[in-house]
Design a protein around this ligand. Structure first.
Ligand SMILES: Nc1ncnc2c1ncn2[C@@H]1O[C@H](COP(=O)(O)OP(=O)(O)OP(=O)(O)O)[C@@H](O)[C@H]1O
Length: 432
């Protein structure tokens, strides 16, 4: 009798433990949803978000490759709110960090950034006590912070170390940054903290580079579809010159008559100035954004655009990563982009609310001669090869006479089973 009871006990214990584990997972899930609602106002997770967040909370390294506008940021924004520990986020641009910090603060979340633009010297001291729920930093800053900072912060509690725009790690990526390559040394200071790499644009080569460079251990890899179904992709061949500027401006005027915002990407600052001047002469309120503008002027232009005080932004690729305005209905490229990755990023600013939106690329054959323009003495042989390969891929996209969506998806290693996306005008190289 006693023997039978003893035999039954382990089974019972196992059953109880399983029930307990299920209950705790369910409580955690319930807590995740209520936190999502409380801080962000959303009732449901988008595909993949919940799984990634769950893995991060379980302290697993992750590589998250998800389309532009799919909601990657939430994967590192939610865990600190659920666990009560700080999330550290490396981000490539000061303006990107500032925007995120501002919008998180508006949601009642303690967020700050560390970097050369931080004027408040108390932020670092406050940060090491675990005061901030999210702490952003540039890769440069992350590499020079003293060990004592990390150990104090670790004691206070760190739930993750995220590397946003992780394609910058790879020489094969389109925005290589040397400091990103040194981030792995932080693993020795942040023992037990899961590392999470996130990007919208990584080919297989780049993904492997990210995993190796950050020394991700048995990472949970999420590669979602790159397909932005609500986007129409079109290409027009142009002859550069005044007649074309006039035509482009007329196109923009037609778009301005509709709803939403428009971004016009130019390959040079000279083009930005020419197009915006032509628009202004016709009474269109157009903002400009490029790398030679001071940071105050850029911030102001961005702010006016986000608040709909200007509907058209004429910019170089400096106005790219992290621009998150939901109702951009048109993204127009004036000139062949330098890679398909940057084209995907920039056109990815379009239709982030899921509503049908349009991406036009206008190119002149003379654009193609500019290969050397992007290659410099300081680049390694690998980088120069990567640049030339990228340019050729972008040129192929321009010249293609079959489905461009298919080519774009194939470029990122995704098979598109249909012959075309059915978007008839996406095909054919129409000459206007
Ligand atoms: N679960 C959700 N429900 C509804 N909207 C969401 C959800 N998660 C994120 N979003 C919204 O989706 C938009 C895009 O999110 P986010 O900026 O994180 O995209 P991303 O994947 O980082 O894109 P990119 O790589 O282009 O910067 C944001 O406005 C965000 O608030």
């Amino acid at each position: 009798m006693l023997e039978a009871r003893n035999q039954a006990q382990p089974e019972k214990r196992l059953q109880l433990r399983t029930q307990e584990m299920r209950r705790s997972v369910e409580t955690e899930r319930g807590e995740m949803v209520s936190t999502l609602k409380k801080y962000f106002g959303y009732s449901v997770f988008r595909p993949y978000q919940k799984d990634v967040i769950q893995r991060i909370i379980e302290k697993r390294d992750c590589l998250v490759v998800m389309a532009t506008g799919s909601g990657k940021s939430l994967c590192y924004q939610l865990p600190p709110l659920v666990t009560g520990k700080t999330a550290l986020v490396v981000s490539p641009l000061i303006s990107l960090m500032q925007d995120q910090v501002m919008s998180l603060k508006q949601r009642g979340i303690n967020a700050e950034f560390l970097g050369s633009a931080q004027t408040d010297s108390s932020v670092q001291t406050k940060a090491e006590t675990g005061y901030f729920q999210l702490l952003f930093m540039t890769p440069e800053k992350a590499c020079i912070i003293p060990i004592s900072f990390w150990s104090k912060l670790l004691k206070a509690g760190v739930c993750l170390f995220a590397v946003d725009e992780a394609h910058c790690i790879s020489e094969w990526g389109h925005d290589f940054r040397l400091e990103y390559k040194q981030l792995d040394k932080l693993r020795t200071f942040l023992l037990g903290v899961p590392f999470v790499a996130l990007t919208a644009t990584a080919t297989e080569k780049v993904r492997i580079d990210i995993i190796n460079s950050l020394k991700l251990k048995n990472p949970y890899v999420t590669i979602a579809s790159f397909d932005r179904k609500n986007l129409f992709y079109g290409v027009k061949v142009i002859n550069r010159g005044q007649s074309f500027v006039d035509e482009l401006v007329q196109e923009i005027l037609k778009s301005v008559a509709g709803a939403g915002s428009i971004i016009v990407y130019c390959m040079t600052i000279k083009d930005v100035e020419e197009i915006s001047k032509a628009l202004k002469q016709l009474g269109v309120k157009a903002g400009t954004y490029h790398g030679q503008m001071g940071s105050k002027a850029r911030e102001e232009a961005h702010r006016l655009f986000i608040r709909d005080e200007i509907r058209v932004m004429v910019a170089t690729m400096a106005f790219g990563m992290g621009i998150d305005k939901p109702d951009v209905r048109h993204v127009i490229h004036y000139g062949c982009p330098k890679s398909l990755e940057s084209y995907y990023q920039e056109s990815g600013r379009c239709g982030r609310d899921g509503i049908a939106s349009v991406c036009w690329l206008y190119y002149a054959r003379s654009n193609f001669a500019k290969g050397d323009f992007y290659c410099g003495e300081s680049q390694t042989e690998n980088q120069r090869t990567a640049i030339m390969e990228s340019l050729l891929a972008a040129q192929r996209y321009c010249l293609l006479t079959t489905c461009r969506r298919k080519l774009l998806l194939n470029h990122f290693g995704e098979t598109y089973s249909a012959e075309t996306c059915g978007n008839v005008t996406c095909q054919g190289n129409r000459i206007f």
